[in-house]
Ligand binder design. Structure first.
Ligand SMILES: Cc1cc2nc3c(=O)[nH]c(=O)nc-3n(C[C@H](O)[C@H](O)[C@H](O)COP(=O)(O)O)c2cc1C
Length: 329
């Protein structure tokens, strides 16, 4: 039986003797710890026999903030990546395909399990990294990042045109901060934008187990760029995620790379603040692309570091996001 509170998931409850279908249903409890825009959790899963289909649930999309479903798609792809991470942690051998049905643009990924090692000891470090990962919202600790994480953070291009660019220059950092503050100010003046965001920050979200129950007014600048005079320079690392193409397929790859990096960080106890960069100003794009010798689309900004305090968001339970095997939608 899946745990009632998703955060209570325990590897010891993995149904070892049950059919693969039940085992996959159990593993969904890890995939849903993926980050998502405003914690909209815009995914749904269908599991039949050895196959898991992961869908974009566009009814949870944000028409104003994310009219093209760019960040919705990235969020769902993060869940696909996390499902695969959980499969590996439990010793499954599997294959994945993205957009397996060209007639169904909502079906983002299909994972088919081939086998699993019956005596496999679950990778508890990995499972803890999945469940404990949270977006940093309340500032960073004044503690150097572990060199194993920093040095292992490869920034060269990933397949399918995903680029991670570490931003060292103070000028570029300041330009980005100015851009984000200005973007936030402009967006917040738009009543439609405000209404939409506020609905995902509503206290009632505690009941629906989604959204981000924080109040606006938490200043973006200090939390992303906080000046900690006593902090070592390497306490945080600022990274832009850029894409060669601004297409749904590229967004899926972005979500997978994002999740991979967040889990790698979480293994070291490191977290990240995540900020949307779109729509990005021409000036900031050219500054970023100039520093990266690269002309892609900057999509997300990540600031890695140790969290000052953890901020836990809720997750819906499986009854909300599982599709019955035979359903059409
Ligand atoms: C694609 C994407 C875009 C996001 N954009 C922002 C953002 O612009 N600002 C922000 O504060 N958090 C952003 N987040 C973080 C989410 O708010 C966070 O993942 C969600 O509330 C769930 O919390 P958790 O990551 O701690 O589990 C983003 C997350 C994703 C996956």
């Amino acid at each position: 039986m899946p745990a009632q509170n998703p955060r209570d998931v325990r590897s010891s409850e993995f149904p070892t003797a049950a059919p693969v279908e039940s085992q996959l249903k159990f593993l969904v409890n890890y995939a849903i710890f993926a980050p998502s825009l405003y914690n909209t959790q815009p995914w749904s899963f269908r599991i039949l026999d050895h196959t898991v289909d992961i869908y974009a649930d566009r009814s949870r999309g944000l028409a104003v903030v994310d009219s093209e479903d760019r960040y919705l798609t990235i969020s769902c792809a993060a869940a696909i990546q996390l499902f695969e991470t959980a499969l590996k942690a439990f010793g499954f051998d599997f294959e994945s395909s993205l957009y397996p049905d060209l007639n169904d643009p909502d079906l983002l990924g299909r994972i088919t399990v081939r086998s699993n090692k019956p005596d496999h000891v679950p990778d508890e470090d990995m499972l803890r990294a999945i469940v404990n990962r949270t977006t940093i919202r309340r500032g960073f600790r004044s503690q150097s990042l572990p060199s194993a994480f920093r040095d292992g953070f490869v920034t060269r291009g990933h397949p399918f045109g995903v680029h991670l660019q570490v931003i060292e220059s103070e000028d570029a950092q300041q330009l980005l901060l100015d851009h984000l503050l200005e973007l936030e100010r402009i967006q917040w003046e738009d009543a439609h934008f405000r209404r939409e965001v506020e609905s995902w920050m509503h206290p009632m979200r505690e009941r629906t187990r989604d959204g981000v129950p924080v109040h606006r007014g938490e200043p973006l600048g200090p939390y992303l760029w906080g000046k900690y005079s006593e902090a070592p320079a390497d306490a945080t690392m600022l990274v832009a995620l850029m894409l060669e193409a601004d297409t749904p397929r590229a967004w899926v790859e972005a979500g997978r790379t994002l999740m991979q990096k967040l889990v790698e960080a979480s293994i070291h106890g490191v977290g990240a603040a995540i900020i949307r960069l779109m729509p990005i100003s021409v000036l900031v794009r050219s500054a970023l692309c100039h520093s990266a010798a690269y002309t892609g689309e900057p999509v997300l900004l990540l600031r890695f570091g140790y969290p000052l305090r953890r901020y836990i968001t809720s997750r819906r339970t499986s009854v909300d996001f599982m599709r019955p095997p035979g359903s059409v939608n």
